[in-house]
Write a protein that binds this ligand. Structure first.
Ligand SMILES: Cc1cc2nc3c(=O)[nH]c(=O)nc-3n(C[C@H](O)[C@H](O)[C@H](O)COP(=O)(O)OP(=O)(O)OC[C@H]3O[C@@H](n4cnc5c(N)ncnc54)[C@H](O)[C@@H]3O)c2cc1C
Length: 351
């Protein structure tokens, strides 16, 4: 809350937030990859880093080898004298399971990580001190799981229902609509349309989430992660009073359902040593990047935390001092101007 204090008075309109034209993949990933390729950066796809070798000494932390699997075959990448390694540890979308209209994402709850991001971190933490404690983030998926669904529907049924409910003029102007008392804690989110550049004309894409996805639904009496897309739409429409539109929605929709067991794991209780520093003490060629690194005063969950960790990694490993790290943490919680605006927004509403 203190980190985002300066945004409190624009929480309703969100006009100080950056809204890209399409989803994150097309707005950020595709142009960034294109730019990096133009600079000669190589991308090796289909490869997992499964282990890291260190120089056998306690005086320094020096990576000597990345042990990988590529298309199922072992492949080792030696790290030479002037090489540097930037390793993404953990991922909140690790072990994501996907369901469809007629298939639930899982039948039993995920209870331990099987994907590379957390397994690699576990191996490194077992070999070296000051590498954090990944088990803190993977040991209780029942407190860090979400189900998220994305639905693409032919026709204008979502537009009619949503605009009728909110009074907005355009799809995408709405905030997330939350049902705090629903058993799954349902959330409905309408992005700007079209959501992806190649979206089929005459279709609308909407999304939803269930934060308490291990509970039995109010209407569909099972956990959300064990429910098909059809069952999730059924529960959702009952909460909105849109039951009579349900057959039309199901008939004209394709839905993907994602069970993400670790999606809020970075908020689980931890101490200040459970996440490693971006550049660990006595590192000569290793930096950690991503949402499980420790950056004092900053707040995790958005892309900006990960990009900032990468900037910090480059600054510290290469001794960069003349380029600022963005976004800076605003220290405005004691500034009378922002305190006044914040209190006003909380008492009488925001802009
Ligand atoms: C549903 C949802 C909605 C979100 N909405 C927003 C939003 O509106 N705005 C916003 O700013 N943020 C949003 N986020 C958060 C944002 O997606 C993350 O902050 C961001 O993706 C983190 O980037 P990252 O590179 O650290 O990790 P990731 O995106 O998890 O990427 C890490 C990559 O490294 C790869 N990797 C990891 N370990 C290994 C290994 N050992 N070998 C090979 N590859 C490996 C992974 O496969 C992955 O591709 C959202 C997240 C979710 C789940």
């Amino acid at each position: 809350m203190l980190r985002f204090f300066a945004s409190i008075d624009t929480m309703t309109s969100l006009h100080t937030e950056m809204n890209p034209p399409f989803d994150s993949y097309y707005s950020w990933v595709v142009p960034t990859v294109r730019y990096l390729k133009s600079l000669g950066v190589g991308f090796i796809m289909g490869t997992r880093v499964v282990d890291v070798d260190f120089r056998p000494t306690t005086d320094e932390k020096t990576v000597t080898m990345l042990r990988c699997t590529q298309q199922g075959k072992a492949k080792n990448i030696p790290i030479r004298r002037n090489d540097f390694t930037f390793i993404s540890i953990g991922s909140k979308v690790s072990d994501v399971k996907v369901g469809t209209m007629h298939k639930a994402p899982v039948t039993v709850q995920v209870d331990h990580p099987e994907d590379a991001p957390f397994l690699l971190w576990q191996k490194m933490a077992a070999k070296q001190p000051e590498m954090g404690n990944p088990l803190k983030f993977t040991s209780s998926p029942d407190h860090s799981e979400f189900v998220i669904w994305t639905c693409q529907t032919k026709g204008n049924v979502w537009d009619r229902l949503t605009l009728g409910l909110t009074g907005n003029k355009r799809m995408g102007e709405q905030h997330e609509i939350v049902f705090p008392d629903s058993a799954w804690r349902n959330i409905y989110h309408v992005p700007w349309q079209p959501f992806v550049p190649n979206q089929t004309p005459g279709t609308t894409i909407v999304m939803g989430m269930g934060e308490h996805c291990g509970n039995k639904g109010d209407f569909v009496k099972k956990p959300m992660w064990a429910s098909t897309g059809k069952e999730i739409l059924t529960e959702f429409c009952y909460h909105f009073g849109w039951e009579k539109d349900l057959p039309e929605i199901i008939k004209n929709s394709e839905i993907n359902v994602y069970y993400e067991p670790y999606v809020t794991s970075m908020f689980l209780p931890r101490n200040m040593f459970d996440r490693p520093k971006v550049v660990p003490n006595r590192s000569t060629n290793l930096a950690f990047i991503g949402e499980y690194t420790e950056m004092p005063e900053d707040t995790v969950f958005m892309v900006s935390y990960s990009t900032k960790s990468a900037q910090l990694a480059v600054h510290q490993l290469f001794g960069v001092t003349n380029i600022p790290i963005t976004p800076p943490v605003a220290h405005n919680k004691w500034n009378p101007y922002w305190v006044f605006k914040g209190v006003k927004a909380m008492l009488i509403g925001s802009e």
